[in-house]
Design a protein around this ligand. Sequence first.
Ligand code: SF4
Length: 436
Amino acid sequence: MSGDAHPISVDARGCASQPPLPATPQRAAERGQREVFCGLTGIIWLHRKIQDAFFLVVGSRTCAHLIQSAAGVMIFAEPRFATAIIDERDLAGLADANEELDRVVTQLLARRPDIKLLFLVGSCPSEVIKLDLSRAALRLSNRFSPRVRVLNYSGSGIETTFTQGEDACLASLVPSLPPRAAGAPANLLIVGALADVVEDQMRRLFEELSIGEVQFFPPRRSTDLPHIGPSTRFLLAQPFLADAARALGERGATHIPAAFPLGAEGTLAWLTAAAAAWGIGEAVVRRVTQAPYERAQRALSRYRDQLAGRRVFFFPDSQLEVPLARFLATEMGMQLIEVGTPYVHRAHLAADLARLPADTVVVEGQHVERQLDRCRAAKPDLVICGLGLANPLEAEGLTTKWSIELVFTPIQGFNQAADLAELFARPLVRRARLVA
Ligand code: SF4
């Protein structure tokens, strides 16, 4: 969906106390019309991850259409998301809307005893009629406790972009995490939804590094919520989790600053940061990671010829842009023309920002018309952008990559490094064939 004039700025996210960005790369902020999906999109990967959760969007037919079409592959499975449609009658009276919501939830839970965690997901329409979903969640949680926990968060296009839905979802779950016993040994929490195959690989590596207890958040089952407290240290697996990280900090957990695990170098840096927090030295990290690191480097070398020297332009979309740009520039030799991103969390992105070439231009926020002008003038070899911009730019002869694919595809870790590179190489190969 597209939104209008809802810039995401440092102030808008309440992070004015962030440390200043390093002197390089160059950075600018833009405000204006933007072209991004709303936070409902996150339901597509979150419902696959938390296998006993259900996402009930309280929204319009447009919202229902968005998640149905984005999750078309689910058509043969019993879906774990739905939309409670707000219609004209509900718009006329909030009492009706609350009654209707209770009726829909009661029917749903009677029909689906497998649901243990129910998210009421706010949308633009529920926000416009000021339906208080936090009160609804409390009311319904009391009614269905202890069988089902009911939580709420907003995926509305007025408040969230694309990947912020996951952030809002995880932040809503943090207060439900059980406390860790006082005096318990330190535990490592990996925060951010990862594909199961990636999670399994990471778990094996952490075991080989002899980092004690490691848990993943969100868990695969809502009954396996991690215990957290002041002895918890957390490592972000995704760069768009500002609110979830803040909520974990409020529970006493400590963030481990690290580059994000994209590519061979990014993954090595991420694992090294976790190991260092446990006092595990680089020699051990090298021994444990040597084989998968070298395999990743060999696999990446196949794509360097195709990518090195090619010029890439990022439109802001997923908040993955800065770590992706770091990977493309430092590991694949691509030239960064502009790295647009919806929001720069300076602390979480510090390690990736520091690794970007000194002349990189990072643009925070969006003024889509100005950005399109800059992109057309630069004539990049590859444009990373949302679906809404890709087709028109392709029609103008530019080569594009849909940023949404980078969120749906397993791209983190050593074993996925080559798959990540291939996602950028494929459109270039396709274009070369077309013009040949
Ligand atoms: Fe569109 Fe808003 Fe619904 Fe998202 S939440 S699908 S932007 S109406």
